[in-house]
Design a protein. Structure first.
Length: 141
């Protein structure tokens, strides 16, 4: 973005980025992975943490939707990304959520951070971090 944006334009950008993060959490909570298609660039790269079968770098929209769908599926549809806070600048938005789920006798309750990088209004990269990697890996085992 240009360095000479006035404060109103900067505020509009931040609101749009925050709306993107809110939409992401909403669709993830409601297991509406297909609804995320419009948010992601074709060449998105998603970095999912840990050692589970979902962990690693996922390149492309289909691969990204697959890993996010897998996260929701592992929860038996109980995954909730309870939004705590959003931080944004001109081309990145960071969402902090408390991810909770219960499935198969397992419970998940972790803090989750996703840093979204954007280009032309689409997410081109998602970097996912959690505060208790062992808990996420155990839940996804």
């Amino acid at each position: 973005m240009a360095a000479d944006l006035d404060e109103l334009e900067k505020l509009k950008i931040r609101v749009a980025l925050e709306d993107l993060n809110t939409a992401f959490c909403y669709h993830l909570d409601h297991n509406e992975v297909e609804a995320l298609i419009d948010l992601f660039a074709d060449d998105i790269v998603w970095h999912f943490p840990g050692t589970s079968k979902l962990a690693g770098e996922h390149v492309g929209r289909d691969a990204t939707l697959g890993v996010l769908g897998g996260y929701g599926d592992a929860s038996g549809g109980t995954l909730q990304a309870n939004l705590v806070d959003i931080m944004a600048n001109d081309n990145r938005v960071t969402g902090w959520a408390n991810d909770t789920a219960t499935a198969g006798g397992r419970t998940l309750d972790i803090n989750s951070i996703v840093i979204f990088t954007l280009r032309d209004g689409k997410v081109t990269e998602g970097r996912h971090f959690v505060d208790d990697q062992a808990a996420l890996d155990a839940f996804l085992a």
